[in-house]
Design a protein around this ligand. Structure first.
Ligand SMILES: NC(=O)C1=CN([C@@H]2O[C@H](COP(=O)(O)OP(=O)(O)OC[C@H]3O[C@@H](n4cnc5c(N)ncnc54)[C@H](OP(=O)(O)O)[C@@H]3O)[C@@H](O)[C@H]2O)[C@@H](O)CC1
Ligand SMILES: [K+]
Length: 488
């Protein structure tokens, strides 16, 4: 958040006092109006903390009161509420109640009950408890009001970010507001794009308060691919392309016990834009039965013939020899699943050609020597840490898939197309093949990871269309996802 603060300071030096807050409040009030549909007669509760986040809520409340809403501010720290905002709300016909309440040890009584009642009866609750000045989860009284908002039938709109979530990391340590909509100002905070915070944020609305030029001086911490970014990267064959120029991807996956992983990885690889797929391993019969266009070889990867990149690991079991061959190759390599367990970290670090690791949270936790919960609650930190340790690009799969480059610099890419339907057995095998093929087609590791995740998520959405999907369905929908991207 230092970037945003510095950009705000730079901009505030150029614009009149309070102008940024007025821009923020205007955008917030407009978003609240859209959420409500009809502002006149609506009951609006503002949860107001002691900082400028509460000020935004109060000024927006004043605007809604002027349009005929019944607006009540619940003041968590009555003496320190934003004075200008409170005056504006009162002038517009809004009112305020003491919301400091019993949980803070102030003594309870009618005031505290009134605050809970205001929230319980509201059509809209505006969360202005804390913004980017907040630290840690909500304090007990704020948590109590947040719970009341969640239990009420009100729509909850968070100001800048849901109070209690960490806007830098996406972590939620303790109680936090669960919003239906988050109206964020100036810059989309990185944490809001990443689970678990993303889930608390609901639908994101961005209000431009004019920070753009000031923020341009800073490198983004996270970035999300859009259709146009993916479209630019998709490998499209030229008139003179042959299969070697388009790239041959080698798939090292599957075992006698897990032949299906080989079939699914090849299914993904065949839809990744490479010119040919070479399969190396004991599941060749199963692969050929399904995909006769695959080149197969039974020997070790080192003697399999020419490939431009390897995708290795799904269903390998304990076949460390096959993996060692791949890690020693001087072409780009993707390592997934069993391969992550088998790979020697020092050997991976020594590689010169790009390496892309694609763990899910459990695998990442095993590599980091921590728990799955720890990884899931701090995805950005975990992915950067792994990338540093292995000197490799890392794609951490999950409810929000994130991709970090090897040197710790550059933005972490957050995939915007994910869907819970992707949490299905074998879907990761499809992604391995797909991203491996993108590597073979010449994409860098970060681009192959982000493009693969984007297409994979999109394919799952297209295949699911509201119903469960199997991994093979995701692979089958990849051509439709390509067409979707190419058409914009
Ligand atoms: N700068 C700008 O130009 C613009 C900024 N804008 C807006 O300002 C916001 C930032 O405002 P800010 O810096 O005043 O801090 P803010 O987030 O309101 O809260 C800080 C206070 O909260 C408290 N507190 C802390 N942790 C807590 C917890 N866990 N649970 C409960 N309370 C907790 C803590 O109080 P204390 O510890 O003193 O009791 C502290 O004083 C920003 O997000 C945006 O909305 C827009 O108007 C656009 C222009
Ligand atoms: K907030």
């Amino acid at each position: 958040m230092e970037d945003v603060r510095a950009a705000e300071r730079a901009l505030m030096a150029r614009v009149p006092d309070g102008a940024l807050m007025q821009r923020a409040a205007a955008g917030l009030a407009a978003a609240c109006g859209q959420v409500l549909g009809k502002v006149y007669g609506a009951r609006v509760a503002l949860l107001v903390g002691s900082g400028d986040n509460g000020g935004d809520a109060l000024y927006a409340g004043a605007r809604l009161a002027r349009r005929g809403a019944g607006v009540t501010a619940v003041l968590l720290a009555p003496e320190r509420a934003h004075a200008g905002g409170l005056a504006a709300l009162r002038a517009a016909g809004g009112r305020a109640v003491d919301g400091s309440g019993p949980a803070e040890g102030v003594g309870g009584g009618a005031g505290a009950d009134a605050a809970l009642g205001v929230v319980a009866r509201a059509d809209l609750v505006v969360d202005g408890v804390v913004g980017i000045g907040g630290k840690g989860g909500l304090r007990p009284r704020a948590a109590e009001l947040a719970r009341a908002a969640e239990e009420s039938r009100a729509v909850v709109v968070a100001v800048d970010l849901p109070s209690g979530v960490d806007a830098d990391t996406g972590e939620v340590r303790g109680a936090a507001v669960r919003a239906d909509v988050t109206v964020t100002f100036g810059a989309c905070k990185p944490g809001l794009l990443v689970d678990p915070a993303r889930e608390y944020a609901g639908a994101l609305r961005f209000v431009d308060i004019g920070l753009g030029p000031e923020l341009a001086a800073y490198d983004p911490v996270v970035e999300a691919f859009q259709y146009a970014d993916v479209d630019r990267l998709l490998p499209v064959p030229g008139a003179e392309s042959d299969k070697y120029r388009r790239g041959v991807v080698g798939v090292v996956a599957g075992s006698a016990r897990y032949p299906g992983a080989a079939v699914l990885a090849v299914a993904g690889a065949l839809r990744g834009g490479a010119g040919a797929v070479r399969y190396v391993g004991p599941a060749a019969d199963a692969v050929l039965a399904r995909f006769p266009e695959t080149l197969v070889s039974a020997g070790p990867p080192a003697r399999a013939g020419r490939v431009q990149a390897w995708a290795a690991g799904p269903g390998l079991g304990d076949d460390g020899d096959r993996l060692r061959d791949v890690v020693a190759a001087d072409v780009p390599v993707l390592i997934d699943a069993d391969g992550l367990r088998l790979a020697d970290a020092a050997a991976v670090r020594k590689r010169v050609a790009p390496t892309l690791l694609t763990p899910h949270a459990g695998e990442a936790a095993a590599l980091l020597g921590t728990s799955r919960e720890e990884v899931e609650s701090g995805r950005l930190e975990a992915v950067r840490e792994l990338a540093g340790r292995y000197a490799a690009t890392v794609l951490l799969k999950g409810s929000t898939t994130v991709v970090a480059g090897p040197d710790g610099t550059g933005a972490v890419r957050v995939n915007p197309t994910g869907t819970p339907w992707l949490a299905t057995a074998g879907s990761g095998d499809v992604l391995s093949g797909l991203a491996g093929a993108l590597l073979a087609a010449g994409l860098g590791a970060r681009d192959a990871g982000a493009t693969g995740a984007f297409l994979h998520g999109l394919a799952a959405r297209l295949a699911a269309d509201g119903a469960p999907v199997a991994a093979q369905d995701v692979a089958d929908a990849l051509p439709a996802a390509w067409r979707d991207v190419r058409r914009g």
